[in-house]
Design a protein around this ligand. Sequence first.
Ligand SMILES: NC(=O)c1ccc[n+]([C@@H]2O[C@H](COP(=O)([O-])OP(=O)(O)OC[C@H]3O[C@@H](n4cnc5c(N)ncnc54)[C@H](O)[C@@H]3O)[C@@H](O)[C@H]2O)c1
Length: 361
Amino acid sequence: MRVLLTGANGYIGCVLAPLLRDAGHRVIELDSDLFADCALLPYEVHRDSVSMDVRDLQASDLAGFDALVHLAAISNDPVGDLNPQSTYEVNHRATVRLAALAKEAGVGRFVFSSSCSLYGAAGDRLLDERAAFNPVTPYGESKVLAERDLSQLADERFSPTYLRNGTAYGLSPRLRADVVLNNLVGFACTTGEVRMQSDGTPWRPMVHIRDIAAAFLAVLNAPREAIHDESFNVGRADGNYQIRQLAEIVERVVPGSRITLAESAAPDPRSYRVSFEKIGRHVPEFRPSWTAEAGAIEMRDALLKSEVSIEAFTSSRFVRIKRIRELIELGAIDSSLRRIAANGSREASPAAVLATSSPGA
Ligand SMILES: NC(=O)c1ccc[n+]([C@@H]2O[C@H](COP(=O)([O-])OP(=O)(O)OC[C@H]3O[C@@H](n4cnc5c(N)ncnc54)[C@H](O)[C@@H]3O)[C@@H](O)[C@H]2O)c1
C-alpha cells in the first residue's frame, strides 16, 4: 500500500515507519518536527519525508495514497492543557478535515491514533469499546470528538478505523520521559528512586510502542470489512496494571532502587481498565508480545548504557511540555503550536514525494 504517515517523527511514529516499510508498504512521512532534536538514539529522518503541519494539507497533497495513518497530534494531557483551543483544533478539527480531504482524494483507509484516555475516570470495571466515554482532559475529549466525526465520513469508499492505544511505554529513538513506565524506570536508573506521582491506585492499560506499531500494520493488512468504522482497544489481555504494580516491577528490575512518593503526588482521577478482546477477534494477525516487565528491562538497559543523567532525563529533550514551552519562548512556534516559518515557503507536497519515491524504498 502507499501510505501517508503523519506524526512520523514522534515517539511512536519513528518506530512505526520502519516497520511499515519492512512489511513492503511505500511510506511517505509527514511531521511538523516539534521534537526534531529530541533523540536518545541516532535516528535519520527518511528521505521520503515532508516537514509540514497537517493543518496546511490540501486534497491534492493526498492524491495517489491508499491509506492515511494519522498519528500527528498534541499527544498528552500536559501539552493538551497548555492551550485547550489548539488541542481541539489539531486533534479534533484538523483530524476530521484531513479525513474529509483524504476521502475527496480517493484514499480508502484512514487509521486514526486514538487513545484509551477517552474512557477517563472509569474506576475498576473492565471496559470494552462500547463503554461510555468520560474524558477528564481536553486531550481525552479531543479524541472522543474526532472519533465521533470521523465515523460520519465512513461509507463504501472510505473506511476510518480508531485505534485506542493504551498508555505507551518502551524504547524509541525519540524516547519520552513523560509516560508513566518510562518515567518510573528513568528515575530509578538515575536516582535510585522509583518515584510515584500519584497514590498508585489508578488503573492504566499499558502497551509497548512496538505492539502499537504492530496493531497499525495488522489493521492495514486486515480485510476492509473487519476494520471499517471500528474502534479497537490496543494492548494485550494481561496489560492492565495499577501504577503501584508498575512501580513494584521497576523496583524489582532496577537493582538497588526503592519506591517513593513524589512530594507533588496528588490523587489522579484518570483510571481505566480495558478489554483487549475485540482486536484479537477482528484482527487476528495482531499478536502483542510485550509485557511491562520486559519493557522496563529494555528501558533500564538502554538508559544505563547511554548514561543519561536525571537532569537530561527530565529536560526538554524527553519531556514534551518542556520542549513545547521552550519552542514558544524561542519564537519557533506560536501558541497554537504552529511553526513560525523563516521564509513562509511550503515544502514539497506529499503527493509529489510519493510520485518520485521508489516502491522498494
Ligand atoms: N504515547 C502514548 O502513550 C499514546 C497513547 C495513546 C495514543 N497516543 C496517540 O498516538 C499518536 C502519537 O503519539 P506519540 O506518543 O508518538 O506522540 P509524539 O508527541 O511523540 O509525536 C507526535 C508527532 O506529531 C507531530 N505533530 C504534532 N502536531 C502536528 C501538526 N499539527 N502537524 C504535523 N505534525 C504534528 C509532532 O511533531 C510529533 O513528532 C498521538 O495521536 C497520540 O495521541 C499516544
